[in-house]
Design a binder for this molecule. Structure first.
Ligand code: FAD
Length: 469
């Protein structure tokens, strides 16, 4: 018997649930990836870093398959048509893939399964440790608060859930195939150039390099993870997003060998499971619904000019502008800064959090619907277990606390390089003589603040108060 293993957000050959089951149950497994035009046609930037990341990762995956006398078949179009068509052409008995919890993917997979009709469609848990309803409250409902969810998650965890699938034992079942030409990115309608593969190594080998480096620093993670100027975090989010590294591999290292830093890091991986679980149970989150319904109708003023200042990193608040430049320039933003800029957009600029969510979705290389929506609704106070609505980050205090000497700010906003530490977090307060001396002329070489935080705060409290009644 023959089968297809359809790769999606699991671009690796090791510890791969669907590939393991396909190889174990078939004599010839054809590996396939579809560049999905339903997704790609909606991308406005033809230099999209994610497409480039996927392309590099697939190139490596294909080279590995070729070492085993097989190949990765690359298709371009709508998988709802292409997968059943290929399955018939290859006369396979089954299609294997890993589960994706995003509402669009769930609908797509249901349509593929329906048009496969007599060909089996098998799906597996692979991208999370616990999925769907595996962790429920005593009352049988999904958790809406993180800490009890995390406790239940840790209680259920054992070696069974962390064990790697020994895929390599069955590689002899990969379908033999002569090497095929690998399509250039341009053939897919995209162009390379924005992804710096030195700074962000791609593919399973890139993930392994980053993970190895992080393991050498994991002891410091608990503290270092808060400071954007420090190399304190793993930078693995894009790899976890596209499955170039197995979640079981990293979670099992954190749990068994990561020490105290590993436990803090594991907690972040549990947040990842938590938000995927929320999206499964509440698919309306993917369509703009606030988790807490009373916040659905907040009347955000949504001033276009303020939104543009945020997007274009010219709010006049140095930490906000530095963070947005990091995002615009690299596709990555440090977690502390994601929280701060999200809060600033909603609670200082009074822009609907869905605008910010959309902007992040367009620009983040690690964009993931569940985590992004979870993060935005946390910051906007509309989410499950969110920041309380009356708690409003002060962008200057956050800057002083997490970038005290302004190292991160100076890296991304070089026009403030000469600004003394004392004024770097709020340069508009700097006396004129000092501005002349250090060459930072607020209003000329660097913008005046787009809003006054103290005034904006009052408006925010009123907006939210009106919603909660
Ligand atoms: P590390 O600190 O090394 O964390 C390890 C891994 O844990 C991450 O790679 C990620 O997979 C997971 N993780 C960490 N924090 C969270 C979290 N709060 N929620 C869910 N998973 C988490 N993360 C994304 O992967 N994609 C997104 O689109 C995304 N959007 C966000 C939007 C906002 C407004 C906020 C506040 C957070 C968002 N996050 C998102 C979560 C977090 O900021 C990133 O996962 C993290 O910054 C990635 O860097 P890292 O891999 O070095 O993280």
């Amino acid at each position: 018997n023959r089968s297809i293993c359809w790769f999606r957000r699991d671009l690796r050959l090791d510890d791969h649930a669907a590939l393991y089951h396909a190889l174990k149950n078939s004599r010839a497994v054809h590996c396939v990836f579809v560049f999905d035009t339903v997704i790609l046609d909606a991308l406005s930037d033809k230099h999209d870093r994610r497409v480039e990341f996927i392309w590099h990762s697939l190139y490596e995956l294909n080279a590995l398959l070729q070492q085993h006398g097989s190949t990765l078949q690359i298709l371009h179009g709508n998988p709802v048509e292409l997968i059943p068509h290929l399955a018939r052409e290859l006369e396979v008995q089954a299609v294997f893939c890993n589960r994706d919890y995003e509402p669009l993917a769930v609908r797509r997979d249901a349509a593929v399964a329906a048009s496969l009709s007599d060909i089996d469609f098998h799906q597996y848990k692979d991208q999370v440790i616990f999925e769907q309803s595996e962790i429920l409250t005593g009352g049988g409902t999904p958790y809406s608060v993180f800490t009890p969810y995390k406790n239940a998650w840790l209680k259920k965890l054992d070696d069974f859930y962390l064990r790697a699938y020994p895929v390599e034992r069955y590689f002899s079942s990969l379908a033999k195939s002569a090497p095929q030409a690998f399509p250039a990115l341009a053939l897919l309608g995209f162009l390379p150039g924005k992804l710096n593969v030195q700074a962000l190594p791609t593919g399973a080998s890139g993930a392994a390099t980053l993970f190895e480096n992080f393991v050498s620093r994991i002891d410091a993670y608990g503290e270092a993870r808060n400071f954007p100027a420090v190399k304190g975090v793993s930078y693995l989010s894009v790899h976890l997003r596209f499955g170039t590294i197995s979640i079981r591999r990293v979670a099992s290292f954190a749990y068994y060998s990561g020490g105290a830093g590993g436990q803090v890091w594991l907690s972040e991986l549990i947040w990842r499971d938590f938000y995927q679980m929320q999206l499964h149970h509440h698919p309306q989150l993917g369509q703009g619904a606030a988790f807490k319904a009373q916040f659905n109708d907040i009347r955000f003023p949504n001033e276009e000019g303020k939104f543009a200042a945020w997007c274009e990193a010219r709010t006049g608040y140095p930490l906000i502008d530095a963070a947005m430049r990091q995002l615009n320039g690299s596709g990555y933003m440090h977690n502390r800064l994601r929280m701060v800029v999200a809060s600033f957009l909603v609670k200082d600029l009074h822009i609907d959090w869905r605008w910010g969510e959309r902007y992040f979705a367009q620009h983040l290389i690690d964009f993931d619907l569940a985590a992004n929506n979870g993060g935005w609704q946390w910051a906007a106070s509309t989410g499950c277990d969110a920041q309380p609505w009356f708690r409003i980050f002060n962008p200057v205090t956050q800057s002083e606390k997490f970038d005290g000497a302004g190292r991160f700010i100076r890296r991304y906003v070089p026009e403030l390089a000469g600004c003394p530490d004392k004024w770097i977090h709020a340069p508009w307060l700097m006396p004129a003589a000092e501005q002349q001396r250090c060459g930072v002329l607020v209003g000329k070489t660097y913008p005046l603040p787009v809003v006054d935080h103290a005034v904006a705060r009052i408006t925010t409290l009123a907006l939210f108060k009106a919603a909660v009644g």
